[in-house]
Design a protein. Structure first.
Length: 159
């Protein structure tokens, strides 16, 4: 079963994270959230989270109004997880809450949706809407991953 790492601030965002879990489960995939799925470990929280991101099949990031805890590297935990997902080339789905972000969070949102280097994203304003958007995005991702590459398609045409 494919795994989906869900990344966002945790405190104050529990309802949205639960909605994201439900959306992932509706698609028959296994959601991974640190507060539910990571057991006590001998590793640092940073190492445990980044390893979980790198091992996931799909990465989802939820961006709300605030950045959350900043690491010693000067970025938030969510930003560090996002950077790890990009470094390890995880398929990334971005969901941005329709809410006024703090200045730091606005910078992160700008990075997430940058026209050239970011991701096409969807917005949401409620847990139910987030769940629906996640189901739709995972369905489209599954269809695109099952579709033939252009080269494979051209090879079949030649037969």
């Amino acid at each position: 079963m494919k795994t989906v790492f869900i990344s966002s601030v945790i405190e104050g965002y529990e309802e949205m994270r639960q909605a994201a879990r439900r959306g992932v489960e509706l698609m028959g995939l296994k959601p991974i959230t640190v507060e539910v799925d990571l057991a006590a470990q001998v590793y640092s929280p940073e190492q445990a989270c980044l390893t979980a991101v790198a091992q996931a099949d799909i990465y989802i990031v939820l961006a709300g109004a605030r950045v959350g805890y900043k690491t010693n590297h000067g970025v938030s935990v969510t930003q560090a997880e996002y950077q790890e997902a990009q470094k390890t080339r995880r398929p990334t789905l971005v969901f941005i809450e329709n809410i006024e972000p703090t200045p730091d969070q606005k910078n992160f949102i700008d990075e997430l949706q940058d026209y050239a280097k970011g991701h096409f994203r969807r917005t949401f304003s409620s847990p139910e809407k987030l769940k629906e958007e996640i189901v739709q995005a995972l369905r489209q991702l599954d269809e695109s991953q099952r579709a033939s590459s252009e080269d494979a398609f051209q090879q079949r045409l030649k037969k």
